[in-house]
Ligand binder design. Structure first.
Ligand code: AMP
Ligand code: MG
Length: 427
C-alpha cells in the first residue's frame, strides 16, 4: 500500500501549468495571470471629492462652528464626469459631487451635513424641488465645522500609481481583481489555459442517465459527478460516455478521448483487485500504468499512468464506487487540475469544530469522513452525514466538510476539537 502523500507526489510530477492564452477580461475569473499587470495610469487619475459637499480652502473655514459659521460665496457646481470652469478663491466655495475633480484652488471638501445646505433639506418652508437641488437657491453657504486640509479628498494615485506592478503574474483573478483590471483598461488579460479533461466511465452494469434501469443495471452517475468536479476545479470536461468491459470498446473510447486533445484522462471503475482485468489490460496496452492500493478510505484502488497519444496524456483511474470516485478526485484530480491552471495552493480552507459523535477508524487507512459543520453559539460543531459506505453518494451530497482522520488514529472521541476541510470553499 502507498500513502496518500506518496501517490499525490508521484501524480503531480506529471503536471505543470499549461500555456498562456489571452482572454476577454471576464473569462479570466478564477484563473491565474501569466503576465505582470503594470499600470499606465494613476488611480484615481485626478484629485476628486469623496463626498457630496463644498470644495473650499481650509484656511477660510479654520474657525468655523455651528455657533460661529463661516459664510462663503457659492461660485458654481461641479458634477462627476465634468471639470470646474472656475477656480475657488478665498471666501468662495464650489458645490461638488462625489467623484468630481477638485476645482483649482480648493484643498478641502466639507460634507453637506456640515453646511447650511443640510439644514435646508426637508425644511418646511422650502419646496420639494428646491430641497432636491438646494444650491439653485443658494448664493452663499454657511460652513458649520472646521476641517483639516485635504479632508474628503481622494488623491490622484492613492490607490494605484503609474508604473506600479498592481498584480504580479501568478495572481488568481477574483471579482475584485476583475474590477481593478477594468479600471486599468485591460479588455484582455493573459492567463493559463484551462485543462481539457476526458471523462470515461467503464462497466457493463452502467446505463445512460436517461435510460430505464434494466435488471442488474445502474445509472452512470460517476460521469456526471466527475464532470461537475472538473468544472468546479476550473477544467473543461470532455464527456466520453460509457465504455463496456471489453477490449475493443474500451480501447476505442480511450483513443477517442486522446483524439479530443485532452490534458488529463479520468476513468472510473475496473481498477480494484477483484475486478476482471479488462480495464487494467487495456490501460497497460495504451500507456505506462501503475495500479495502487492507496492507504485511504474510501478510495483504496487507484490507477495512474501516462497514455501514449499524439502527445503523452496522464490518466487517473478512479475507483468505481461513487463516493470513492469523488474522494479520489478531491485528493488527486483536483490538485492536478489546479496545477495545470497555474495554482499553487490546493488545500481547502479549514475550520476547527467540536465533534459531536465518536468516529472509529480501524482501517489503518486515512479516513475521509463526510461531515456537516455549522456554527453553534461561539463554536463550530461537526457531525457525520450518517452511513459512510462508499456507495452512499448522498453522504457526500449532504456534507459541507471533510474530516480527515489519519491512518494511525483509531478513534476520535465525541467532544474533541477537530479540523474540518470546507468542501464548498476554494483557497
Ligand atoms: P468497480 O471499481 O468496477 O469494482 O466498481 C465498484 C462499484 O462502483 C460497483 O458497484 C459499480 O457498479 C459502481 N460503479 C462503477 N462505475 C460507476 C459509475 N460510472 N456510476 C455509478 N456507479 C459506478
Ligand atoms: Mg467494474
Amino acid at each position: 500500500m502507498i500513502s496518500v502523500e506518496e501517490a499525490l507526489a508521484f501524480v503531480l510530477k506529471h503536471f505543470q501549468p499549461l500555456e498562456s492564452e489571452r482572454v476577454p477580461l471576464l473569462d479570466s475569473l478564477d484563473r491565474v495571470l501569466t503576465e505582470d499587470i503594470v499600470s499606465d495610469i494613476n488611480v484615481p487619475p485626478f484629485n476628486n471629492s469623496a463626498m457630496d459637499g463644498y470644495a473650499v480652502i481650509a484656511d477660510d473655514i479654520a474657525g468655523a462652528s455651528r455657533e460661529r459659521p463661516v459664510t462663503l460665496r457659492v461660485i458654481g457646481d461641479v458634477a462627476a464626469g465634468y471639470t470646474a470652469t472656475r477656480a475657488v478663491e478665498r471666501g468662495t466655495a464650489m458645490r461638488i459631487m462625489t467623484g468630481a475633480p477638485l476645482p483649482p484652488g480648493a484643498d478641502t471638501v466639507v460634507r453637506f451635513e456640515e453646511t447650511s445646505e443640510n439644514l435646508a433639506k426637508g425644511h418646511p418652508e422650502r419646496s420639494a424641488a428646491e430641497s432636491k437641488e438646494p444650491s439653485q437657491g443658494l448664493r452663499t453657504v454657511d460652513i458649520l465645522k472646521a476641517s483639516p486640509r485635504g479632508d474628503n479628498i481622494r488623491a490622484a494615485g492613492e490607490d494605484i500609481r503609474v508604473g506600479q506592478v498592481v498584480f504580479p503574474k501568478g495572481t488568481t483573478v477574483r471579482p475584485a481583481e476583475i474590477g481593478v483590471l477594468a479600471s486599468l483598461g485591460k479588455k484582455y488579460v493573459a492567463v493559463h489555459r484551462r485543462p481539457r479533461v476526458a471523462i470515461l466511465a467503464t462497466g457493463d452494469e452502467l446505463v445512460a442517465i436517461d435510460a430505464p434501469i434494466a435488471p442488474g443495471k445502474i445509472r452512470n452517475s460517476n460521469e456526471y459527478s466527475n464532470a461537475a468536479a472538473v468544472l468546479k476545479a476550473g477544467g473543461v470536461p470532455v464527456q466520453l460516455g460509457i465504455a463496456r468491459d471489453n477490449i475493443a470498446d474500451l480501447t476505442a473510447k480511450i483513443r477517442a478521448g486522446l483524439d479530443a486533445d485532452v490534458d488529463l484522462f479520468l476513468t472510473s471503475a475496473g481498477v480494484s483487485v477483484g475486478d476482471y482485468d479488462i480495464v487494467k489490460d487495456v490501460l497497460n496496452a495504451e500507456g505506462e500504468m501503475r495500479f495502487w492500493q492507496v492507504k485511504m478510505k474510501p478510495g483504496k484502488p487507484l490507477a495512474f499512468g501516462v497514455l501514449r497519444g499524439i502527445k503523452p496524456v496522464p490518466l487517473l483511474g478512479l475507483p468505481g464506487n461513487p463516493v470513492s470516485a469523488m474522494i479520489s478526485f478531491e485528493a488527486f484530480a483536483r490538485p492536478a487540475i489546479l496545477t495545470m491552471l497555474g495554482k499553487t495552493r490546493f488545500a481547502r480552507p479549514t475550520v476547527r469544530a467540536i465533534l459531536q459523535e465518536e468516529i472509529k477508524n480501524d482501517s489503518q487507512r486515512r479516513n475521509f469522513v463526510r461531515v456537516v459543520v455549522e456554527k453553534r453559539g461561539e463554536d463550530f460543531i461537526a457531525r457525520t452525514t450518517g452511513e459512510q459506505g462508499s456507495g452512499i453518494l448522498t453522504s457526500v451530497a449532504r456534507a459541507n466538510g471533510l474530516l480527515v482522520v489519519p491512518e494511525d488514529v483509531p478513534l476520535v472521541r465525541a467532544g474533541e476539537s477537530v479540523e474540518i476541510q470546507l468542501l464548498n470553499s476554494e483557497q
